[in-house]
Design a protein around this ligand. Structure first.
Ligand code: GDP
Length: 456
């Protein structure tokens, strides 16, 4: 381990990658059983097909600033009152569930933007089924629009394009369709397979049609879950409330969560004392795709933490302790993410098929040129995949995407901002910057061939 540059003690757990490297060094092969050390306790129980019932899609709204994300979320929230639910949505709990005229339901994550989306993914929680990309038709496809699209694509989440602000006299939705097609995103009207809808979020025009398209997409995804088991899901947000103690919003992914259940969420645990929906109404139970606020945990778990119900309180507590111990160990552990230096070795070992790259540069021309040439380095064994490319400095959002998708970041004549650099250090994301295209290509090529000499 030491000669590999992995500083560990005897009491530390090694990652699969490190184990493979060490075994290889001594001419051994490793077979992994499915008893994954970190996650054995959160292992998925496989449901049989007949236990599964349809569940509501979970939707995130993303797009450039001021293009109308909040207006869309607000409009949907408001109109739901008309759909005959008792009471309007009064609480911000991080997500809300609406019932449409036809009785079908959609859950919206109430924190718009790809930052929250990808931060969750970086923590291993992918909860979004469908992304609505809001683009103002009186503007252009903007940098954050591109980012949002890249982030959705990297997550494999289908997109629906909402062409917003079409009420404005200078709105030109065709211009947006044109720009999208230039990014290889063809909307249905143009013969592609990405659904889109012209809307006016501010006035609510055609939002109902947009929601129908969401449901259509959901149908294609055949979203299902088993409500008849102990609940598990993801923490959306959590805080300490003066009067009520710790409140956490949970999104149930499968099973049914009930008052009285014993819940483990991240490192926190406790019995569900009360459960409330986004209307402030007390609930006795919540099934798949339903967000609820619960009271009763012994602390505030982190957004993106998984939660699960345990029959046995002592089991839940012992797992909470184990997690805390693991986290202490992990905080001193070795590299988590891909680096160019270790690339050659991993390719040689055959456990590496795809090199994900996020590419940022000072001008569009060089970003495109570099992107083209990098993709051409793909071989039969390894595919070079440009997850996201854009003009501008390397941002926190880029680092989060890299962490969520195990990518390296390449900057061409641009640098990482202070916050991005700190985050990259913490997440152990490799950022390489170049000022000569040729040098970048050479280095990635050498790395793929396992010939890159270590940085001094
Ligand atoms: P966000 O930053 O993407 O959340 O954008 P907002 O929802 O805050 O909207 C930014 C501005 O655009 C606000 O002043 C909205 O009133 C306005 N806006 C949003 N949707 C529409 C629309 O459909 N038509 C018009 N005319 N204005 C809109």
């Amino acid at each position: 381990c030491f000669s590999l540059g992995v500083m560990v003690t005897m009491n530390q757990r090694l990652e699969a990658d490190t184990l493979l490297l060490v075994a290889d060094e001594f001419g051994y092969k490793i077979e992994f059983s499915d008893a994954d050390l970190e996650d054995s306790e959160t292992e998925e129980i496989v449901d049989s097909e007949e236990d599964l019932v349809p569940r509501a899609p979970i939707v995130t709204v993303m797009g450039h600033v001021d293009h109308g994300k909040t207006s869309l979320l607000d409009y949907v929230r408001k109109t739901n009152v008309i759909a005959g639910e008792s009471g309007g949505i009064t609480q911000h709990i991080g997500a809300y569930n609406v019932k449409l005229e036809n009785g079908q339901r959609i859950t919206f994550l109430d924190t718009p933007g790809h930052e929250a989306f990808t931060a969750m993914r970086a923590r291993g929680a992918q909860i979004t089924d469908i992304a609505i990309i809001v683009i103002a038709a009186d503007d252009d496809v903007m940098p954050q629009t591109k980012e949002a699209i890249s982030h959705a694509q990297a997550a494999g989440v289908p997109m629906i394009i909402a062409l917003n602000k079409v009420d404005k006299p200078n709105a030109n939705p065709d211009n947006i369709r044109q720009q999208l097609s230039g990014m290889n995103i063809l909307v249905e009207e143009w013969g592609g397979n990405v659904q889109s809808q012209e809307i006016s979020a501010k006035f609510g025009n055609n939002v109902d049609l947009l929601l129908e398209k969401v449901l259509l997409q959901a149908e294609l995804l055949e979203l299902k879950a088993n409500p008849d088991r102990n609940a598990q899901g993801v923490v959306i947000e959590a805080s300490l409330d003066k009067g009520r103690g710790y409140v956490s919003t949970m999104l149930v992914q499968s099973g049914t969560l009930r008052v009285g259940d014993y819940v483990l969420a991240g490192k926190n645990h406790g019995k569900v004392k009360a459960m409330l929906d986004e209307r402030g109404k007390n609930l006795a139970e919540a099934g798949p795709s339903i967000p609820v606020t619960i009271l009763g945990l012994d602390g505030a778990p982190t957004a993106g933490d998984k939660f699960k119900v345990y029959e046995d309180e002592s089991e839940a507590k012992s797992i909470a302790n184990k997690r805390e111990q693991l986290q202490r160990e992990l905080s001193i552990r070795t590299k988590k993410h891909t680096t160019l230096e270790e690339l050659g070795r991993r390719i040689a070992l055959g456990d590496f098929k795809e090199l994900n790259i996020i590419l940022k540069g000072d001008v569009d021309g060089s970003v495109e040129a570099l992107s083209d040439q990098l993709q051409r380095l793909s071989t039969a064994e390894i595919n070079v995949n440009i997850l996201h490319k854009g003009v501008g400095p390397i941002t926190e959002s880029d680092v989060n995407l890299a962490a969520a998708s195990d990518a390296i970041i390449i900057g061409f004549n641009v640098r990482a901002g202070g916050n991005a650099r700190e985050l990259a250090d913490r997440e152990e994301i490799e950022i390489r910057t170049y000022s000569v295209i040729y040098a970048a290509i050479e280095e990635v090529k050498e790395a793929m061939e396992g010939m890159l000499s270590p940085e001094i």
